[in-house]
Design a protein around this ligand. Sequence first.
Ligand SMILES: [Fe+2]
Ligand SMILES: [Fe+2]
Length: 233
Amino acid sequence: MRKYGAQDPMPPEYRQLLIRVLDVQANIDVPNQNYTHWIYRAPTLDDQWWLARITMEELGHCRIFAALLKELGVDVDADNFIRLPAEEKKLDFMKVPWETWTDVGTFLFLTDRVGKYQLQEFVDCSYEPLVRAVGTVLEEEATHPVYGMSILQRICRTPEGRRDAQRHLEKWYPIALDMFGRSDSKNNERYRYWALKKRTHQEMRLAYIAEVEPLIRELGLEPPDPLVNRKYL
Ligand SMILES: [Fe+2]
Ligand SMILES: [Fe+2]
């Protein structure tokens, strides 16, 4: 596999795909108003600390990806990432409000977990600065869904809590599964061609389902049908 550094001449398609994926990652990692809203409403001191810490880590990830873009000579206004209102976000899942504390737990448990799968693609990819950067991001990202599950564990102690959590799973599961992208994506094929990614969207989605379904059962809940309410397959 041919490896590239920031200063190396690159095939135009490679550079274009690299910039696109870094831009998506930088955008994914901007904590929106959902985070700040819930930091002040978290039920315990520990919850407030966790949510504040996650918010800071996501901002850190955004800075890392913005720095990678700048290193490539892309004129990014990183400050603009944090000013974009929710309705103008490029990614659908970021427009969904967190209306309840159960939303916070379910988002972190299901939706934030998708980030780990996207980042794993870069662990030994062809762009060396990205390989160097991704380790820290993955380490921090690994704790977010674990904390999300701990919120749900508390909620699931009562039958009403379990009903509430089940409803929230049904809301967030299709959103999380759609985040992997279309199974027949032509872009994904090109990313794999240039060794910027390894797996197809569907392979990643199936690996995610295999991880998350047993965890949902551990909570005493039913994994929702993965085909219901999906925007695309
Ligand atoms: Fe992140
Ligand atoms: Fe995260």
